[in-house]
Design a protein around this ligand. Sequence first.
Ligand code: NAD
Length: 316
Amino acid sequence: MKKLGVAVIGTGFWGKNHARIYKELAATELIAVCDINPERATRVASQFSAKPYTDTAKMFRNNRIDAVSICTWSTELAKEARKALKMKKHVLVEKPMATNTIQAKKLIEIAKENSVLLSVGFLMRFIPGLKRIKKAVEQKKIGDMVCANAKRVSQWPERIGDVGVVKDTAIHDIDVIKYITDEDPIGVYAKTGNMKHKKFEDYAQIMLTYKDGKSAFIESNWLTPYKTRKLVITGSEAIIKLDYITQEVWIEKQKRTVKPEYKFKEPLKLELQHFADCILKKEKPIISGFDGLKALKIAEGALKSSIKNKLIKLNW
Ligand SMILES: NC(=O)c1ccc[n+]([C@@H]2O[C@H](COP(=O)([O-])OP(=O)(O)OC[C@H]3O[C@@H](n4cnc5c(N)ncnc54)[C@H](O)[C@@H]3O)[C@@H](O)[C@H]2O)c1
C-alpha cells in the first residue's frame, strides 16, 4: 500500500511529537517539517530525517506531501490551515482549530471546495476508555445522565501566550462532553478571569445546560500547582469516572465498583493513525471541522457570558 506523504508545520513542544509519530507509523512517510524558527526546523528535520522548511508556501509545492499536521501557535493555525487546504493537502489542525468561529467556518468551506479532509486535534477522543464511557451513557448503563463534571487544571505552560485557558484547555472538555452526550448545549454560563496571566484568562468555570435538564460543569485553570485531568459522569443509577492521565476508568454502582482494564495507549499515535487511515481509505474522520467549529462557538459563548455576567443562549 502506498504510504501517505506527510509534513508537520510548527515543530515546538507538540509538533515534535507529531513528527516522531509520523516517522514511526507504517502508513506514513514524514517528508518535511516547517517552522518559522530555522533552528527548530533544522533540528527536528535532522532528528527524523525529513526536509526542513521555514516557509510553508514553498513546502506546499512539494508534490510528495499529501497531508499536514498544523501545530503552530494557536493564533497561526487557521492561516496555515487555509494555505494548506488551498494547496489540496489534507489537514489535521491542532485545537483550537482557529481563534474564532468565522475563521473556522471558512476552513470548512475551503476544505469542501478542494475536496480534502479537515480534522481537528481533539486528542482526548483517543483515550482508550472514552468510547466505553460514551456507550455506557448511550445505553443508559448509568441510568439517565444527570451531569458531567470535567476538571483540567495545572500550572500555566508559559509557552502558551496567544489564547486563554478557555480556547486552549477547556475546549478539550467542551468537545468531549459534546461527543458523549451527542447533543449541543442550549446555554452556557461562565466565570473567567486572570490572576497570573497578564493578557488572557487563566481560570474558567463553565456551565453548559441541555434541553432535557442535564448539565455539564467544566473547571479549567493554569493556577493549580499539580496537573489534574478528570471526567466524572453522574447518572441516575451509577457514576463513571475517567482519569485522562492514567487512562483508568471506574464505574461506581451502589453495591460495587467495576474497573475495566485498558492497555495504556499513546492517544496521539491513535489520532495520527486514524487521520492517515481516513485519507488512505477515503473515510470520514471521527472528528470533523464542524466539531471544531461547535467547540469554538461554545468557548466564545463562555467568554461572552463571563463578560456580560449572564447565561448565553446557544442557537444551532
Ligand atoms: N491536542 C493537544 O492535546 C495539544 C497539546 C499541546 C499543544 N497543542 C496545540 O498545538 C499547538 C502548538 O503548541 P506547542 O505547545 O507546541 O507550542 P510551541 O510554542 O512549543 O510551538 C509552536 C511552534 O510553531 C512555530 N510557528 C508559529 N507560527 C508558525 C507558522 N506560521 N509557520 C510555521 N511555524 C510556526 C513556532 O516557531 C514554534 O516552534 C497549539 O495550537 C496548541 O494548542 C495541542
